[in-house]
Design a protein around this ligand. Sequence first.
Ligand code: COA
Length: 330
Amino acid sequence: MVGLYRSRVAGVGSYLPEKILSNKDLEQMVDTNDQWIVERTGIERRHIAAPDQATSDLCLLASQKALEDAKLTPSDIDLIIVGTVSGDRQMPSTACYLQHKLGCSNIMAFDLNAACSGFIYSISIADQFIRTGVYKNILVVGAEVLHRYINYKDRETCILFGDGAGAWVVSRAESTDKNVIASSHMHADGGLSELLTLQGNGSLLSTSETPDENKNFVQMKGREIFKNAVRTMAACCKEAMEHNQVNPDQIDWVVPHQANKRIIEAVADQFKFPMDRMVVYLNETGNTSAATIPIAFDWAVKNGKIQRGQQILLTAFGAGLTSGSVLLRY
Ligand SMILES: CC(C)(COP(=O)(O)OP(=O)(O)OC[C@H]1O[C@@H](n2cnc3c(N)ncnc32)[C@H](O)[C@@H]1OP(=O)(O)O)[C@@H](O)C(=O)NCCC(=O)NCCS
């Protein structure tokens, strides 16, 4: 991955909606209980967007914080990428709504659908635009209002997901800067696409046509997803470490996709990463799909865990099945 320039993480920010849906609340809605959810997933609560909040509204609040952290203004941004599967509308893209809300004029803006890997996929693309010298400052957002696509009668899925947004400003680094994105490796295995789907409103099946309401909600084969999540994220961690010739001891923090604490524990176990160097914030957020990594990262920065100069490994998996890794010095 050679290039003219390298990119650095100039600023980070996140936003979680005010309303909280706790495990106790879910007990009133489906046949489940707090103890089962905590033991099987690690999730205690998730945040739910207000009825008048669109995904681009969440993006805006996270982006403003990331811009402030980067000491930049919207007019400095050259490109906006939003990783999401729950955008404001099927068309146009949420990134275009965000561009207008931020007041950035005439810059390229697009959405990227890689489900829960959407943020790291977007980072890998931002990194390429910086490396080639095309752009200097790129706003990358992972954001979801997933609760609108969740069946609150399905106890296997409704306990898992929540809403939120996280944003990074990725900027061209000085040639002497050591705090840069070292590598990104992205993958997809379309042969496993039916394990995790949201079928309604696509070209194969329009919402109005389907008598099966489940087709308008997230559907998954939980146990299969679990196994593939551990397998792919472990493989992605290995690939990043081998490519950069680093061993687990040289990595300060791993920020994995926040789907299930047991998945994170299983990945940590494979590399003897101690759990206290795995960033885990899903107890507070549930699975916010493309938003989990930037939300968890921002939380770890704000709470004095992740610090400038540290080596960080990001890894994600999601519907597709997509997966990948980013290794960087923050
Ligand atoms: C969904 C998930 C939490 C289920 O946990 P699990 O340990 O695999 O549980 P199982 O599916 O084996 O079910 C065990 C039992 O709990 C029950 N159960 C399922 N959901 C339950 C719930 N919310 N509350 C109480 N019991 C539940 C099952 O019906 C089953 O009962 P049975 O033994 O009588 O048949 C887990 O498979 C998972 O997290 N998978 C990955 C999902 C994911 O991350 N998706 C997003 C990817 S980006």
